[in-house]
Design a protein around this ligand. Structure first.
Ligand code: CA
Length: 222
């Protein structure tokens, strides 16, 4: 999962990036509304954290422009505490959730998990695929009840496939949703990671769809 954080307060932006990276997400930062709008307009983020008070272009305008252009990624807005009118304008402009400053990083993470799983159509914090189980809150995957030891990138990849299980996901899509903006992206490395995941999980769970990509599937129960 790859996220965009648009926040001009450098300290807060740094804290958000750290908390989200530790939780397993790829994170891009933008420090003003113009850059934030551009990134959200051109990169396929799984979700966005958007501050409302931003230099150059304010958060409400950024959000309204994205929505007018059909950009429908989930957006969590950051508002000043007790500014209920900000929350109303934000939600009316197309925000999916809000957090009043100051907030606890744990609450931000919980709201982000909820946004991501709801967007992918999952109601609970556990996603099951055959013998594989993803515990979203703990950021852990188990196979037949045993914990699977994964690196950060392997987890990100498997988590993405599990959120979107049953769908064919192209290598390009995986690259776009796993790596941060300034990362040297190479879609060949995806194959390497898929190979490692197959060795660590049941090899037949991740299917290669020739010429199209990969699909996480559950074999029909006998
Ligand atoms: Ca601000």
């Amino acid at each position: 999962m790859r996220l965009l954080v648009v926040e001009d307060d450098k300290d807060l932006a740094g804290q958000l990036r750290r908390a989200l990276s530790d939780a397993g997400y790829a994170v891009d930062l933008a420090g003003d509304g113009e850059e934030g709008h551009f990134l959200g307009d051109t990169e396929p983020y799984d979700a966005v954290i958007l501050d409302l008070g931003l230099p150059i272009l304010d958060g409400i305008t950024v959000l309204r422009r994205w929505r007018e252009d059909g950009r429908n990624m989930p957006v969590l807005i950051l508002t000043a505490r007790d500014r209920w009118s900000d929350k109303v304008s934000g939600i009316d402009a197309g925000a999916d959730d809000y957090l009043g400053k100051p907030f606890h990083m744990e609450e931000m993470l919980a709201r982000m998990r909820a946004l991501l799983r709801r967007t992918a159509g999952h109601a609970s914090n556990e996603i099951q695929c055959g013998a594989l189980r993803l515990d979203i809150a703990a950021a852990k995957v188990s196979l037949d009840g045993r914990l699977v030891n994964l690196t950060a990138l392997e987890f990100r990849l498997l988590s993405y496939l599990m959120h979107h299980q049953g769908k064919v996901i192209s290598r390009t899509e995986l690259v776009e949703h796993l790596y941060e903006q300034d990362f040297d992206k190479d879609s060949n490395t995806i194959e390497v990671f898929i190979g490692r995941l197959r060795r660590k999980t049941k090899a037949d769970l991740i299917e290669t769809v020739r010429g199209l990509g990969y699909r996480l599937t559950v074999a029909d129960e006998v």
